[in-house]
Ligand binder design. Structure first.
Ligand code: NAD
Length: 429
């Protein structure tokens, strides 16, 4: 198995492991190990100083057998074609495991969004749509926000698309702002969905959630609502969160023995998920090295920042007390570290199950856009809770019946659905 932290190699290694167990034919493997289509393009943008800057961009469409491709658009300085490929592939599995009729896609632009003005961001995302509009749309490929992009940017993209096609088409992008075609509950959806799966895992393991503690890596959209949800829905304590400090160019962990206050921390966090160190210190937070979240003596670890964080090296730092790793981020665990966690009896809720809440509410948003009829907040959360609980149960049942870990079981559930759809469409024999 690969020791690589290259996300696409990781995604392929995870798939190959299960493909062997399922004895998948070569034609199926040839289809699913690679994206069906990818677009690599460069976007010229007029910057505020009057000069043109050209940005490298990607959109990868992994598989649309079960419905239009679906997946976020990232703005990241270290974005690569391989990262986007991996994320697109995981989206295929995520939509299948959550049982929503969509396929897998992902986009990326190589840029640090914090270096752009508001106007430059708007011109960049509009440029993305001007180049891609013939290959995206409600029945082809539906982008959404991800790391480094925001609901406002989705609003601009929807506007550009609607202008180009000459008709209001809100369902071409999800994660739009409320009042601009967005859904109630989309902001909280991924983090809350993570906690719904943690709740189900605790039920299965016979753990009383009110006695538990968690350590979270990251403090962006997903981590913030996972932290709120861990307290609100489970009655547990979050002992630390962490973030990347853009000024110092290093990560820090912020902890409090009695538990962090996510609402307070959100009030001192900027739009990129960087917590203000001075204000946190004044409020009594202990500020440690960015890696220290992983060695905390807690029941649950929630990596909610980036891919490739729990590696063959860092897995050794995980406390014996940890019973659950809830993969809120995409691809946080390398295959090597995964094997160690399995050996140590840690219950891993795999990424594309654990963080499927975001795409689930994105799907709800598309449904509401199609109907031009919008649901209330309670209805969104109730439906989300159902979907996440059902998805968790289908994976747990597979894991128990096939005696495989949750990740392999999630792949089995997803691959089965995607292969069935490909066969029904006549793509494979
Ligand atoms: P975000 O940009 O809002 O937040 C990322 C956070 O991670 C920030 O707080 C940043 O400071 C922190 N971070 C970055 N590098 C770090 C490091 N080395 N150590 C500690 N913290 C670090 O992103 P997000 O939307 O919260 O996404 C987080 C993860 O969840 C990503 O893997 C993303 O693909 C995945 N995800 C997001 C959604 C969604 O709806 N937003 C859905 C599914 C999966």
């Amino acid at each position: 198995m690969s020791g690589s932290t290259n996300a696409f190699e990781m995604a392929q290694a995870q798939f190959d492991k299960v493909a062997d167990q399922l004895e998948l034919s070569q034609e199926i493997r040839d289809f699913l190990r690679y994206p069906a289509r990818e677009y690599h393009f460069r976007i010229p943008v007029r910057m505020d100083d009057g000069k043109i800057r050209v940005f490298q961009a990607y959109r990868v469409q992994h598989n649309d057998a079960r419905g239009p491709n679906k997946g976020g658009l990232r703005f990241a300085a270290n974005e690569t074609a391989d990262t986007v490929r991996a994320l697109a592939m995981w989206m295929t599995w995520k939509c299948a495991v959550a049982d929503i009729p969509l396929g897998g896609g992902k986009g990326g632009v190589v840029v640090d969004p914090s270096t752009l003005s508001v106007g430059e961001k708007e011109r960049l995302v509009r440029g993305f749509v001007r180049i891609m509009w013939k290959n995206i749309g409600p029945r082809q490929d539906v982008p959404a926000p991800d790391v480094g992009t925001t609901p406002q940017m989705m609003g601009w993209m929807m506007d550009e698309y609607s202008t180009l096609v000459g008709s209001y088409t809100p369902g071409t992008i999800t994660g739009k702002p409320l009042g601009g075609g967005g859904s109630e509950g989309r902001t909280e959806a991924t983090g809350f969905g993570v906690i719904f799966t943690v709740r189900e895992a605790m039920k299965h393991l016979g753990i009383d959630p009110t006695t538990t503690s968690a350590a979270i890596q990251g403090f962006g959209n997903v981590a913030q609502y996972a932290a709120i949800g861990f307290r609100q829905f489970l009655g547990g304590k979050v002992v630390c969160v962490s973030c990347w400090d853009r000024g110092d160019k290093k990560a820090y962990t912020f902890s409090k023995e009695e538990g962090v206050d996510p609402m307070f921390l959100m009030s001192i966090t900027d739009q990129y998920g960087t917590i203000n160190k001075v204000k946190a210190k004044e409020a009594g937070y202990i500020i440690e090295d960015g890696d220290s979240w992983i060695s905390k003596d807690v029941d649950v670890l929630i990596p909610a920042a980036l891919e490739g964080q729990i590696t063959a090296d860092s897995v050794k730092k995980i406390s014996k007390k940890v019973k659950i790793v809830a993969e809120a981020a995409n691809g946080p665990t390398t295959p090597e570290a995964d094997a160690v966690l399995e050996q140590n009896g840690v219950f891993v809720i795999p990424d594309f199950l654990c963080n499927a809440g975001g795409v689930t509410v994105s799907y709800f948003e598309g449904v509401q856009n199609d109907q031009n009829f919008y649901w209330g907040r309670d209805e969104v959360f109730e439906r989300l809770n159902h979907k996440m609980t059902d998805a968790f149960k289908s994976v747990l049942d597979m894991s128990l019946s096939k005696k495989v870990c949750m990740r392999d079981a999630a792949y089995m559930v997803s691959i089965d659905k995607v292969v069935k759809a490909m066969r029904l469409r006549g793509w494979i024999s």
